[in-house]
Write a protein that binds this ligand. Structure first.
Ligand code: UD1
Ligand code: MG
Length: 448
């Protein structure tokens, strides 16, 4: 079946109280629009139309970044969900097949659920996705008669009896594309909100003797986001799903509820994730790696058998090869750490390459930034960087070389060489005792 997707994303989202358009608020580091579009994309639609309005420029840019083939249409005044669908008419002129209306603020619908809606179209002209709500709040209510959906009533317009209905409208609709626009043309704005309600197409279809039905799904799938509170709840739903999936995929999460996933986090089987680990976007962790407690990772790759943390920070471009060690209070950015290399304590490694089996001593810093440009540090295989070495980039340390602790290395070091870049030590016999004597006397004198 040829499908068109219409994603409604023009709403003001007034209750978000934000300068950012509602559908661009992120859930697990991806705009909610991206989640909604990803669900729709699994159906392999022939055409996807995004209806933007509020914050159109930003929303269009985001939509095109997610899918360069989308058609973006603008709804200048947000006069309701039916009015929003109407804006897609020209983009879908002559389209033969079904249209599915998705909401940009309803990001979690599962592909299986969309498939069920499509399957239900075999028996009904109009299929609406509903859900049984524990707390139906301000959702629209589905008025059923047996398996037939008679109409949808918006909360604002509902009687007490109708408000008592717990079967709610998710907003998602599947129907023949031409019929959808036919019905939309008939919608009027005679309701409490003075908006053109998409939901009205059900009663209009029934009045024409067409059939309508509802497919139901879990409430978590249809969560519609209208406020920051609902945004936080949506993130919680996403996290619960991501944790369950990770566990299912053979990842050990010692305290699942404390691990925060991004929308694209990938973790291999038999990895261990300790408590309070945060994954930003773009992280892949191979099988059998361990991410210890309180580590923060984004835009990085961790290979098999590597151990990261506790309290490590991997920033974009950190690439850890197999069996590497990155210990506590270590920050790695845009740096490749080859197999078996160790950066175990209190270091900053940025814009660098560390060769295999090199050992980076505690407190080592790559001084990569001179206030204007960033510079590269190259460390050869098996090099031993003494504790508290400052590597002033651009600089290169040869394979097997050694830097003395506390060195400030400003020139390249040849392979197997020892580099000492620190002031020579002087010992002054008795001088400490004499100095303390002087200081004590001064203190006594000052006290009088
Ligand atoms: C809508 C439904 C309600 C359902 C709920 C589910 C209608 C009339 N009501 O209410 O039955 O229970 O969703 O979450 O459809 N939008 C536009 N242009 C507009 C208005 C809205 O593009 O002029 C978009 C919004 O950006 C959003 C979606 O449509 O993505 C839903 O709009 P919203 O205002 O959140 O509708 P609800 O009041 O939640
Ligand atoms: Mg809504």
């Amino acid at each position: 079946m040829t499908l068109a997707l219409i994603v409604l994303a023009a709403g003001k989202g007034t209750r978000m109280n934000s300068d950012l358009p509602k559908v661009l608020h992120p859930i697990a580091h991806a705009p909610m629009l991206a989640h909604a579009m990803a669900a729709g994309a699994t159906l392999d639609p022939a055409r996807t139309v995004i209806v933007t309005g509020h914050g159109a420029e930003a929303v269009s840019a985001a939509a095109r970044e997610i899918d360069p083939d989308v058609h973006v249409v603008i709804q200048n005044d947000q006069n309701g969900t039916a009015h929003a669908v109407e804006q897609a008419r020209a983009a879908l002129q002559g389209f033969e097949g079904d249209a599915i209306v998705l909401y940009g603020d309803t990001p979690f619908v599962r592909p299986e659920t969309l498939e069920r809606m499509i399957a239900a179209r075999a028996g009904a002209d109009l299929v609406v996705l509903g859900f049984h709500a524990a707390d139906p709040g301000r959702y629209g209510r589905l008025v059923m008669q047996g398996d037939t959906l008679e109409r949808i009533v918006e909360y604002k317009d509902a009687s007490d009896d109708e408000r008592a209905i717990t079967l709610c409208n998710s907003g998602l609709v599947a129907c023949d594309c031409a019929l959808l626009f036919d019905l939309i043309a008939q919608v009027e704005n005679v309701n409490a909100a003075e908006e053109y309600y998409l939901t009205d197409i059900v009663a209009l279809a029934r009045a024409r003797g067409l059939s309508a039905t509802a497919v139901t799904c879990d409430e978590a799938e249809t969560l519609g986001i209208n406020s920051r509170t609902e945004l936080a709840a949506a993130d919680a739903v996403f996290q619960a799903r991501a944790r369950a999936e990770a566990l299912e995929n053979g990842v050990t999460l010692m305290a699942p509820e404390t691990v925060y996933f991004a929308h694209d986090t990938l973790i291999g089987r038999d990895s261990v994730i300790e408590p309070n680990v945060v994954f930003g976007p773009g992280v892949t962790v191979e099988s059998g790696a361990t991410i210890r407690a309180f580590s923060h990772l984004e835009g990085c790759h961790v290979s098999r058998g590597a151990i990261v943390g506790p309290y490590a920070r991997l920033r974009p471009g950190a690439e850890l090869a197999e069996e590497t060690r990155v210990g506590n209070f270590v920050e790695i950015k845009n740096a490749v750490i080859d197999e078996g290399a160790k950066v175990n304590h209190l270091s900053y490694i940025g814009d660098a390459h560390i060769g295999a089996a090199a050992n980076i001593g505690a407190g080592t810093i790559t001084c990569n930034y001179d206030g204007v440009g960033k510079h590269h540090t190259e460390i050869g295989a098996r090099a031993f960087i003494g504790s508290s070495t400052m590597l002033v980039a651009p600089v290169s340390i040869g394979a097997g070389a050694l830097t003395a602790s506390g060195s400030v290395i400003t020139r390249d070091v040849e392979p197997d060489a020892l580099a000492i870049g620190r002031a020579p030590q002087q010992n002054k016999p008795g001088r400490a005792a004499r100095l303390f004597e002087i200081l004590k006397k001064k203190k006594e004198k000052d006290a009088v």
